[in-house]
Design a binder for this molecule. Structure first.
Ligand SMILES: Cc1cc2nc3c(=O)[nH]c(=O)nc-3n(C[C@H](O)[C@H](O)[C@H](O)COP(=O)(O)O)c2cc1C
Length: 184
């Protein structure tokens, strides 16, 4: 089985719950970027040994959190040595508004993966966009590039939307399955 890592930042815990769902689906190890935007040397080593890396961040002001961006900039060391080249990558983001400009965040995660020479995994689910669709459905936000989630601004961590958790779990499964296929 491939080694998958979900590396994420979460300021207030909502994105963390989604990261846990993605990791559950992927059978992945979780790495949290801390409040200063750092991870340990052991965690950098774990990323180097991974077959697949899934990035996660809340959308803050239409982009990744600064802590995630600090991690992304720090990965320029791995960029120089092509250490993450040909790994499988995925990404997700969560914001308060249905749109909230979070596609911009997702594209920045896809771009980061591409800078590293990675192989990006799309979401793979059809959108749930009919009259009978609800937020409990998989992919009710209608994403395709990666996994998008929306947590209302007044929702507690326990109130993260069930359909988003299901979408995240399915996305994690997809990234892990593709990493397994490429490892053969
Ligand atoms: C500084 C800041 C900026 C934010 N900017 C956006 C935004 O651009 N669009 C949006 O829809 N929500 C925005 N939000 C809401 C967060 O994306 C939302 O509350 C999310 O669930 C937070 O995830 P977290 O608990 O993992 O930090 C912002 C929140 C903060 C604190």
């Amino acid at each position: 089985m491939s080694k998958v890592i979900v590396i994420y930042h979460s300021g207030y815990g909502h994105t963390e719950r989604l990261a846990e769902a993605v990791a559950q689906g992927a059978g992945a190890e979780l790495i949290a970027i801390d409040a200063e935007g750092n991870i340990s040397e052991a965690q950098w080593a774990a990323l180097a040994a991974a077959d697949a890396i899934i990035f996660g961040t809340p959308t803050y002001m239409g982009g990744p959190s600064w802590q995630f961006k600090k991690f992304a900039d720090a990965s320029s060391k791995q960029w120089f040595s092509r250490a993450w080249s040909d790994k499988v990558f995925g990404g997700f983001t969560n914001s308060a508004s249905l749109n909230g400009d979070k596609q911009v965040t997702l594209i920045s995660l896809q771009t980061l993966a591409s800078q590293h020479g990675g192989i990006w995994v799309s979401l793979g689910n059809l959108p749930a966009n009919t009259k009978t669709s609800t937020r409990s459905d998989v992919n009710s936000l209608g994403g395709s590039v990666g996994f998008l989630a929306q947590t209302p601004s007044d929702a507690s961590v326990d109130e993260v939307v069930d359909g988003d958790l299901a979408t995240g779990k399915a996305y994690g499964q997809r990234v892990a399955a593709i990493a397994d296929r490429l490892a053969k």
